[in-house]
Design a protein around this ligand. Structure first.
Ligand SMILES: NC(=O)c1ccc[n+]([C@@H]2O[C@H](COP(=O)([O-])OP(=O)(O)OC[C@H]3O[C@@H](n4cnc5c(N)ncnc54)[C@H](OP(=O)(O)O)[C@@H]3O)[C@@H](O)[C@H]2O)c1
Length: 399
């Protein structure tokens, strides 16, 4: 796991592995960078016309449960032969990092039409080109998750194109570990929770009917989680810890005026807001599973892709952190995962015929084999998931 080798740091730490840790921890530092920093993830319109349903089916799939470092591409899988058309997968935040690497991995199978749902249209186009995604395998559509109007507009545009939705990947995120003051979405929600949770919550709720109508052999809704939101892990125990409390700040609208900008009602903390948003992501996945899996057959899943220390997620961190974080993860904790390998992991969760179990939080062991991981007490609290769902519905105007 990403932070195991923090054992080598001068902290009173004991850990077994993610989901099974026995932890006592005190704050310390590394080369002037606090350990909490090092571990906080140590941690328009359619561009071109759709050709959905018109292409010759191609076979090949990404394998699950592989013990190799990167899932292999398997040709002529029997499951793929059932497919009459390419699958359509929407990936939010596909303009960089994990989302882009996942788009690339899926595009390379030739089986997927990737809808890159991005806030910066030009950046996404350039990113797709820069990693060599063939034109016929992707479409860029504008989506700003920090605006609920934009989310609704995105869904309208998609429906106008009559694009079937087979898989939705809620991947985009913002992380503001050094922010002193909160910033806000168009509707006035604190930015991290507003984008990472509320924007995705509205998007996935609106697209649920589209997913239900999909005639693809499988349909999936995946919400990217994180180790840092799980307090049953070493990383999740580094302050500030995720804690949604009694959700009083969320009930108040996270606007920082007549309510706190933090879900638990406390003072603003950018790193905590990100971790809280990840707890929301993992709770939302489970509530979806509980409410809709049986009736719809949709697989709902979350995952921790590993510590992808090089992504732009850390763009707002101090330069020294950004310099030291990747080598720290590579050579000290050994929890580092390249963007390419992390993309293959998420691509597995999208397309692997054997990862059909719903309600699962996937992780990968040191041999890069996937396994069902345990969520923390809070991230698997069914009552909290229900409350979060109901409050979120009100905030995004679904009630
Ligand atoms: N990196 C890690 O170690 C790590 C570990 C665990 C989980 N994760 C999760 O992995 C996911 C991807 O993160 P990453 O590491 O790949 O970071 P990243 O490279 O910064 O990617 C984040 C993506 O989200 C997009 N985004 C941000 N705000 C948006 C908005 N308002 N509307 C639409 N898109 C928006 C960004 O768009 P722009 O390109 O326009 O900025 C970017 O494409 C996140 O859910 C993160 O929590 C990452």
């Amino acid at each position: 796991m990403a932070f195991q080798a923090a054992l080598s740091l001068p902290s009173a730490i004991s850990i077994l592995k993610e989901g099974k840790s026995n932890i006592s921890l005190k704050e310390t530092g590394l080369f002037g960078v606090s350990v909490s920093d090092l571990k906080a993830e140590i941690k328009s319109p359619l561009l071109r016309s759709q050709e959905v349903g018109k292409r010759k089916p191609q076979v090949g799939t990404i394998r699950a449960q592989t013990a190799t470092t990167a899932p292999a591409i398997k040709q002529d899988a029997p499951e793929a032969k059932k497919t009459l058309r390419k699958g359509n997968v929407i990936i939010t935040g596909a303009s960089s990092g994990l989302g882009l690497a996942t788009a690339k991995a899926l595009a390379e199978t030739g089986q997927w039409n990737i809808i890159m749902a991005c806030r910066n249209f030009l950046k996404a186009e350039r990113a797709a080109k820069s990693v060599g995604i063939a034109k016929e395998n992707y479409t860029v559509m504008h989506l700003d998750l920090a605006s609920l109007d934009s989310v609704r507009q995105f869904v309208d545009n998609l429906r106008r194109q009559e694009t079937p939705v087979d898989v939705l990947v809620c991947n985009a995120a913002v992380y503001q570990p050094t922010a002193k003051e909160p910033s806000f979405t168009a509707e006035g929600f604190e930015l991290s929770v507003g984008t990472n949770h509320l924007g995705h919550f509205l998007l996935s709720r609106l697209l649920l009917d589209d997913l239900k109508q999909s005639d693809y052999p499988f349909k999936r809704l995946i919400i990217v989680g994180s180790i840092t939101g799980n307090t049953n892990t070493l990383a999740g125990n580094v302050p500030p810890k995720a804690n949604l409390g009694d959700l009083r700040g969320l009930v108040g609208g996270l606007n920082g005026l007549n309510s706190s900008s933090m879900i638990d009602g406390g003072d603003f903390d950018g790193a905590k807001a990100y971790k809280d948003s990840k707890v929301c992501n993992m709770l939302t996945m489970q509530e979806f599973h509980k409410r809709y899996h049986e009736e719809s057959g949709i697989t709902f899943a979350s995952l921790y892709p590993g510590c992808i220390a090089t992504t732009a997620l850390f763009r707002e961190h101090i330069p020294l952190f950004r310099l030291l974080f990747p080598p720290f993860q590579k050579y000290i904790t050994k929890g580092y995962v390249s963007e390419e390998d992390a993309g293959k992991r998420l691509a597995q969760v999208v397309s692997d015929p054997s990862l059909t179990k719903s309600g699962v939080y996937w992780s990968w062991n040191k041999d890069s084999a996937s396994f069902e991981n345990q969520l923390s007490k809070e991230a698997s609290d069914a009552e909290k998931a229900r409350k979060l769902w109901e409050i979120s519905e009100k905030l995004v105007g679904l009630e």
